[in-house]
Design a binder for this molecule. Structure first.
Ligand SMILES: *[C@@H]1O[C@H](CO)[C@@H](O)[C@H](O)[C@H]1NC(C)=O
Ligand SMILES: *[C@@H]1O[C@H](CO)[C@@H](O)[C@H](O)[C@H]1NC(C)=O
Length: 155
């Protein structure tokens, strides 16, 4: 009897919750740490010092690490690449072309950076976060390190 009561209560609250409340998925802190460690490990294997940013859907930082001796530009680069990847739901390398050209482009949106190295964390078809990496000699390498981090996240 009590069980049924609680079941009904749950259903009723679910109906009310559906009206005005939304859920936001994000990865756990532990997953963000594990991903960042994998990024640093992959970069260090090639003797590259990088910065890693892991952000949520709203652009809030879950984690930001700058490796020993990484250049001062790497942090901003990692942050902006992550922001760009989660905003557009695509790897930043896919967006570089769209950011070029004359006149106003997506390039003009504040805090974006359309260099390779940002990859979205996609869950059920929607971006729920992103990993941005900056500091390797090329964006392709940054992206490869970001993907090493992405590979550790169990969705
Ligand atoms: C990284 O640096 C170490 C020490 O200087 C060197 O032994 C190693 O060959 C380097 N690795 C790469 C991939 O460049
Ligand atoms: C990125 O671009 C590649 C190559 O054009 C494409 O296969 C892939 O689907 C794109 N990724 C996303 C998330 O759109």
């Amino acid at each position: 009897m009590t069980k049924i009561f609680f079941l009904v209560l749950l259903l009723v609250s679910a109906v009310f919750a559906a009206a005005d409340i939304t859920r936001v998925n994000t990865i756990t802190t532990d997953a963000a740490i594990e991903a960042a460690e994998a990024v640093l490990k992959a970069a260090r294997k090639a003797n590259h010092t990088v910065a890693v940013a892991v952000i949520d859907r709203n652009g809030k930082y879950r984690l930001l690490i700058t490796d020993d001796n990484a250049g001062p530009q790497t942090e901003e680069s990692a942050k902006r690449k992550a922001f760009t990847a989660v905003s557009f739901g695509q790897p930043t390398s896919n967006l570089t072309a769209a950011a070029g050209g004359d006149g106003v482009t997506i390039h003009d949106i504040p805090n974006t950076l359309f260099l390779a190295g940002g990859v979205p964390i996609t869950y059920r078809g929607a971006p729920i976060g992103a990993i941005g990496v900056g500091g390797a000699p090329s964006g392709d390498m940054d992206e490869a390190y970001a993907r090493a981090g992405l590979a550790t996240i169990h969705l």
